[in-house]
Design a protein around this ligand. Structure first.
Ligand code: NAG
Ligand code: NAG
Ligand code: NAG
Length: 300
């Protein structure tokens, strides 16, 4: 091969890779609906455009931040989780700290084929496959409860976070996990998935001194669509209702009181995914043939 031909080939390859690596996504501005969207009342989406993007994912985000009285929806291209290179759904809910009763819950769909986040096509399927039943766990005792409480608050204390996860307060600064230490604020437990193996759960439990604004309870799951695997994304619990209220056993009991589920079979039923994959493959083959034809043309 002459060097000019070689460069031409490289140029073509680069060009075709660029074409393949851009993604078409729906872009629908955040819209507020004054009702809860369910599989039976999917609205008509307004003002959506499709755009060409270099981002990894097309995303569709559905959530309610008022116990399901109203809902919000947004579709856009998105960078996604830094560790993820596969399509996934994340689902969960959070309970803000304090005495009001607003619970937020939501679903995030992150997919990787052209226009896969078209709400009119996909939202019903996502909602049909998902179950989120929320629960507000006991979090902070009121002042009257406190005065009537016989024993002072102590927290379950534990840490197997890696250094980069930063379990606070730093345990080497304290007389390490002295379980009998009285806590004058509240107990915290955080559970995260290990950021390297994305499997192992790591946990950090302590008496929180910092009174900065944060959630009282969060549970978020991830569902990997191709492999049909689910895993925890994060769990967080802050409480000062009883001794060791942040223990793992107590959290496991709280988890019995609500449901976060995703049914892969329902999601893939009648989905037409195989057609989509086929058309993407055909596109690749098309580019490949195109390159060969050009190259042969040049050579002879
Ligand atoms: C769509 O866009 C128009 C013009 O920007 C705006 O007036 C209208 O409220 C939008 N509709 C929705 C449902 O967002
Ligand atoms: C529990 O938390 C509430 C709200 O932050 C606070 O007012 C109260 O003093 C705490 N009680 C204990 C025993 O730490
Ligand atoms: C960290 O601790 C939790 C709770 O005991 C346990 O389930 C998990 O397997 C531990 N992780 C590692 C990496 O040891």
């Amino acid at each position: 091969m002459k060097s000019t031909e070689f460069y031409f080939l490289v140029l073509l390859l680069t060009a075709s890779v660029t074409i393949v690596s851009t993604l078409m996504c729906y872009d629908c501005p955040l819209h507020h609906y004054d009702f809860l969207i369910t599989p039976d009342n999917i609205p008509n989406f307004m003002n959506c455009t499709t755009i060409d993007t270099k981002q990894n994912f097309c995303s569709l985000n559905f959530y309610s931040d008022d116990n399901g009285k109203t809902s919000k929806l947004r579709a856009n291209p998105n960078k996604g989780d830094e560790h993820a290179s596969v399509s996934y759904i994340s689902a969960g809910f959070d309970v803000p700290r304090g005495f009001d009763n607003t619970i937020s819950f939501g679903l995030l769909y992150q997919c990787m084929t052209d226009n896969c986040n078209n709400p009119q096509m996909i939202l019903k399927r996502i909602l049909e496959a998902s179950t989120i039943e929320t629960y507000k766990p006991p979090q902070l005792s009121s002042a009257t409860d406190l005065s009537s409480r016989a024993e002072p608050l102590t927290c379950f204390t534990y840490n197997n976070f890696t250094n980069s996860d930063e379990c606070k307060p730093l345990f080497h600064n304290r007389q390490s996990s002295n379980a009998a230490e009285v806590c004058s604020t509240y107990c915290v437990t955080e559970i995260h998935i290990d950021s390297i193996d994305l499997k192992t759960e790591r946990m950090c439990s302590y008496c929180e001194q910092d009174t900065k604004e944060r959630f009282s309870y969060i549970d978020e799951r991830v569902y990997l669509l191709d492999q049909r695997i689910s895993r925890l994304q994060q769990l967080e619990y802050i409480c000062n209702t009883s001794r060791d209220c942040n223990s793992l056993e107590n959290i496991r009991q709280i988890q019995q009181r609500y449901r976060i589920e995703f049914d892969f079979d329902k999601f893939f039923k009648n989905s037409g995914t195989s057609m989509l994959i086929l058309s993407v493959r055909m596109q690749y083959i098309g580019y490949f043939l195109f390159i060969i034809v050009i190259w042969l043309n040049n050579k002879y």
